[in-house]
Write a protein that binds this ligand. Sequence first.
Ligand code: NAD
Length: 482
Amino acid sequence: MQKSHFIANDWVAPAEGEFIPVIDPSDGSSLGEIARGTAHDVDAAVAAARSAIGETFDGPWGALAAAQRGRLLYRFSAAVSEHAEELAALEASDTGKSMKTARADVVALARYLEYYAGACDKLHGETLPYEAGYMVMTVREPHGVTAHIIPWNYPIQIFGRTVGASLAAGNACVVKPAEDASLSVLRLAEIAAAIGFPSGAINVVTGYGHEAGAALTEHRGIDHISFTGSTVTGRRVGEAAARRHCPVTLELGGKSPQIVFEDADLDAALPVIVNAIVQNAGQTCSAGSRLLVHSSVYEQVLERLARSFRALRSGPPALELDMGPLVNRKQYELVKSILAKAEADGIQVAACGELHPDAAAAGFYQEAVLLRDVPHGHSLAQEEIFGPVLAAMPFEDEAEAIRLANGTDFGLVAGVWTRDGARQLRLARKLRCGQVFVNNYGAAGGVELPFGGVKSSGYGREKGFEALLGFTVLKTIAVRHG
Ligand code: NAD
């Protein structure tokens, strides 16, 4: 398999003729290669997107009525569902995620496209009361051409929530998927072309972040950047955007707390707490990677969680176990080195999962790990790991729980487990993050629910109607009619 870029509804070979190997993380074997994009390829993709939009929104995509955009997005959603098994298999082989997670990602994508399809013709402005003799109104216009830099953990879902929303708002898109996981995004662009999206509405340039990604963020033909990935790269993207005053949305991960009070329904909480860290092998920006437990139930919670962790299995995606391998060697070595440091620092392992006997030795498998009594200031409690590692620590009272929960550089999501209604609301208001879940974690994904962070978790919102607003520019028109 050798894949070129997908630009203007066609496969386009990389200008410099180079390709990047694609590795199957379940056994280290080759899946083929993808184009190594450079600034030339980015130029071609941006030019295609600009002509789809047109100088004054008069291009084939820019001039399309909102209702027609909506119909196309509905058709896209249906086509995704028709290709569900193929897309899930592609995603599972490329990223290593279990087939059951990959299938769920495809269902979420279809739903994102459906949600944004229905929103296209409901995105309206207002009329404003003003001085006599004026008629003042606001209109929401697309930015023009939006760039989408997508990471490797959820390519299909992140395509849905950023590209879906941007298209619905009327923008043309240039997408740069991660070098480790580009196959599903390329296939999605091909499917969109086949069902009637005009040339240039969706373009995909693959390649390395420092080459294709950097060229895209610096390109003057880009009117808005949506970035999901690490804090370090997010800062670089933000700086590149600031140099030319380009609006940007950054979704940069977290160190999200799951807080268990003494009155929590543990039967309900514990399976959710486990899933919140092992889902996608912990490679989830909103993973519940810190566990804060009231000291009176700490030992009981740890004992029960240890039993659950020992039963977790990592293995090939097709076996549909709790976890597949990590995405690549770099991530695998990073997680191993973090665990080695934990051991050297004397941090206790409360329990580990197991590798399935069919997990190839050359695959990037990491069993689930439950760590206990992790000091709040330790890097394990402060830094994102992006692996199936849960750091548990006790707290004495509500004030300490809040202080610990808010005590990192991140602020993406938080989970709170308590039956006390007033405490639920106090916590919900005092936690510094973008989403708070009370007696659940993640609310089953909810495409309708605005998502994003504060502090180093980033800014701007994805998902829901809020994301649509971010992909528009508000224009005020004042007419003096006397
Ligand atoms: P990364 O942030 O470097 O990569 C994310 C995307 O950005 C990829 O498409 C990459 O090609 C692109 N990119 C890289 N450098 C770029 C640049 N200079 N300009 C523009 N685009 C660029 O992430 P990574 O190195 O693949 O993973 C490292 C860590 O990031 C992980 O361990 C994890 O902690 C975090 N991460 C977070 C998320 C999330 O959902 N928030 C997703 C993936 C990784």
